[in-house]
Ligand binder design. Structure first.
Ligand code: E4P
Length: 218
């Protein structure tokens, strides 16, 4: 499964990229606004920090012509950019147009398998199925993920299911169990994936025993 970090903070991207396990970055208008920096400048910096990674940058218009103009502009900035498009009627039409031109897309704000079906039929590269926002309203966001993964396999769609709106490491575990292609998560959740109390206590014991014995590698 590919791991993306969900952030507009270039310092977080830099740190996650240093671990060598980062496959891409997702941004959204809220995250870019939070970064306090310009959109193009931020996205280009992120592309530089994650060579070869898929970097999602979102259109903000909601009518087809304006969305297409924005999509072509964003796409022109860097070959690693994936154009992020909301799952609305002109958005699905836009994804069809862009996929016809070989431009990669990430369809966002997807919450159901029926929405995922539309995105897949339009030729979406990634389908961002949000889980946390569904859990927040007392439903199980992961159900649509599992159904969408089954759907792309059953019908041989080329789209990859991207688990978004991840709130905690258990969502990542459930994404693996569902066979999702990608998980995107805030930097702090990615840091939490490293954590296990037995790793910490085990390492402490190894180092104590090593030092008590007066050993050295060199
Ligand atoms: C996905 O690409 C979105 O940017 C993101 O995962 C949304 O997460 P949130 O529900 O925590 O805002």
């Amino acid at each position: 499964m590919k791991l993306f970090v969900d952030t507009g903070d270039v310092e977080e991207v830099r740190q996650a990229a240093e671990w060598g396990i980062l496959d891409g970055v997702t941004t959204n208008p809220t995250l870019i606004a939070k970064s306090g920096k310009g959109f193009k400048e931020t996205v280009l910096k992120i592309c530089e920090l994650v060579p070869g990674g898929a970097i999602s940058a979102e259109v903000v218009a909601t009518d087809y012509d304006a969305m297409l103009k924005e999509a072509l502009e964003i796409h022109s900035w860097h070959p690693q950019i994936v154009v992020k498009v909301p799952l609305i009627e002109p958005g699905v039409r836009l994804v069809k147009t862009l996929s016809g031109k070989g431009i990669r897309t990430n369809v966002t704000l997807v919450f159901s398998v029926s929405q995922a079906l539309l995105a897949a039929k339009a030729g979406a590269t990634f389908i961002s199925n949000f889980v946390g926002r569904v859990d927040d309203i007392s439903d199980d966001g992961m159900v649509a993920v599992a159904d969408s993964v089954a759907m792309v396999h059953a019908y041989d769609f080329k789209s990859e299911i991207l688990v978004a709106s991840v709130r905690h490491p258990l969502h990542v575990v459930q994404a693996v169990q569902a066979g999702a292609h990608i998980s995107t998560m805030p930097f702090k959740i990615m840091q939490m994936l490293f954590k296990h109390p037995l790793t910490d206590s085990g390492l402490q014991r190894f180092l104590k025993d090593w030092n008590d014995a007066g050993l050295s590698i060199f």
